[in-house]
Design a protein around this ligand. Structure first.
Ligand SMILES: Cc1cc2nc3c(=O)[nH]c(=O)nc-3n(C[C@H](O)[C@H](O)[C@H](O)COP(=O)(O)OP(=O)(O)OC[C@H]3O[C@@H](n4cnc5c(N)ncnc54)[C@H](O)[C@@H]3O)c2cc1C
Length: 468
């Protein structure tokens, strides 16, 4: 057994693995390779690695490689997981028998005139933002630069400026998908509409592998501008009342987030308003209106220009690479003040001062969210709790804290966002999809993946179904 590999050895005939190697342009790492433990763990972004590891990694270089790998898995009875960038905090991507690593599949083609793009799964937010910028175009990209399109879009994509541009899935026109029998299909409103329905929000419950997305793009916001107001925890009620009033009349191009960070003197609230304006004048007048009624802050930073590159620099500081994480999410339609007060209280008990919580409140003018996709849980408030610490010895305390914090706020919530949900938790309180959507996904899986080739968060799913 390779060093550190906690799985029993996989019985794959070497010759068959050799055949797979010969048939693909990418590379294969087997359980016999002494690098396997490190390679499997290296696929997961979280510094806290999952208990289970991959036994066979296929690093693909083309969609045809994906098809070959899936056929190989079928012939050998292996469970398969796709891996985009390994950013799902629960480390789902590396836990199947065979991991198909799509990181090298990173083609990006923009059609500036048609305002569309074809993106392969490995394309990151940072790369996409730079390409869009060159063409004066935009997309509701995720908040962290290194996250790839792969799982971001599949989970629904809670991206920048989503009140105006919609969640990212709302701009997915079609997808190219490899199914469990190795077939490649297109999924769109007119071709395989049931797969198209699922591709927009199923996340890890999906029953195929997406090898390309076709996206609708948006006109660029040329004057993205941010103001940050810093408040002590004691100002929570005043900050929430102002935020509610400001978001009642703010235009949809405003993204308002309360970021709660630890400090030696207790939690601090950073009220962050980012305006995705077309011009500096527009940004100035929106910020001026937002500032009316703002409680007096300890410090006001900005207005400052924050193009996507600056936004990514800022978010990378809050979620540093290599730390140990446990993350969970919430959707809520409750009073902002109630949710914010609860989260500020919980942050005051966090064992690690590196931990961060964010609560975004949508403007009332936000565009609507259609109901014809698997993305089925959302709300006016989107919250994410990031438990962040450094030492393995502190795992238990931080995990227990974050789960208790989520349980404490759960009565105010309607669900969780699958992209950053604590999917390794067996007794989750907040469901990531509605009961009907989970049932339809299960039915589609029986049709398109009858042997259950693709691992899903199925165990979690069945528990969620039982809980509803
Ligand atoms: C620091 C940080 C910030 C984040 N910020 C945001 C944010 O602002 N908005 C947001 O929406 N999300 C955010 N996320 C969450 C992120 O979008 C999801 O975790 C997403 O799954 C990451 O994509 P991935 O390809 O790396 O997933 P992976 O971890 O590689 O894969 C997770 C699972 O998704 C499925 N999967 C992934 N790709 C495919 C595919 N091509 N075909 C089929 N199944 C697939 C598989 O089941 C796989 O096991 C953030 C994550 C991190 C680490």
């Amino acid at each position: 057994m390779p060093e550190g590999n906690r799985w029993p050895r996989l019985e794959i005939e070497d010759m068959t693995t050799e055949q797979l190697r010969d048939r693909i342009r990418g590379s294969v790492i087997t359980a016999l390779d002494p690098r396997m433990g490190t390679e499997s763990d290296g696929m997961i972004w979280n510094g806290r690695k999952p208990a289970r590891r991959a036994r066979l990694i296929v690093r693909v270089a083309s969609a045809e490689d994906v098809q070959e790998a899936v056929r190989y898995a079928a012939a050998n009875g292996l469970k398969v997981s796709a891996r985009g960038g390994g950013h799902q905090f629960s480390g789902l991507a590396s836990q199947a028998d065979m991991v198909i690593d799509l990181g090298g599949l990173d083609g990006l083609r923009l059609d500036a005139e048609a305002m569309t793009a074809r993106v392969e799964p490995g394309v990151t937010n940072t790369r996409m933002a730079a390409a869009l910028d060159r063409h004066d175009l935009a997309f509701p990209l995720g908040h962290c630069g290194s996250v790839p399109m792969s799982g971001f879009l599949l989970g629904g994509g809670v991206g920048w400026n989503s009140a105006e541009w919609g969640y990212a899935w709302q701009s997915v026109l079609s997808a190219e998908v490899v199914l469990a029998d190795g077939r490649m299909v297109t999924a769109s409103a007119t071709e395989n509409p049931d797969i198209y329905w699922a591709v927009r929000g199923a996340g890890p419950e999906f029953f195929g592998i997406v090898v390309a997305y076709h996206l609708r793009l948006h006109p660029a916001a040329r004057a993205i501008t941010t103001v940050i107001r810093i408040y002590p925890a004691a100002a929570v009620a005043a900050v929430a009342a102002w935020a509610e009033a400001a978001m009642a009349s703010a235009p949809s191009k405003v993204e308002f987030t309360a970021k709660i960070v630890g400090s030696p003197h207790g939690p601090v609230i950073a009220a962050i308003a980012t305006v995705f304006a077309r011009t500096e004048e527009e940004a100035g007048s929106v910020h001026a209106a937002l500032g009316t009624g703002a409680p007096e802050a300890l410090e006001v930073i900005g207005p400052m220009p924050t193009p996507f590159a600056a936004l990514y620099e800022a978010t990378a500081e809050s979620t540093p690479w290599g730390r140990r994480y446990l993350v969970d999410t919430l959707w809520s339609d409750a009073r902002f003040g109630d949710v914010l007060a609860r989260i500020v209280h919980e942050m005051g008990t966090a064992p690690s001062t590196e931990s961060v919580a964010i609560l975004s409140l949508k403007p009332a003018s936000a565009i609507g969210v259609p109901t014809d996709a698997a993305f089925s849980r959302h709300g006016r408030i989107c919250g994410i709790l990031y438990g962040i610490w450094q030492e393995e010895a502190d795992d238990a305390a931080n995990i227990a804290w974050l789960r208790a914090a989520i349980d404490a706020v759960a009565p105010l919530c309607t669900g969780a966002y699958v992209g950053e949900a604590d999917l390794e938790r067996p007794d989750r309180a907040l469901p990531t999809h509605t009961h009907d959507v989970l049932a339809r996904l299960a039915e589609l899986r029986r049709t398109y993946d009858p042997a259950g080739r693709f691992t899903t968060a199925a165990a979690v799913t069945s528990r969620l179904i039982a809980a509803e």
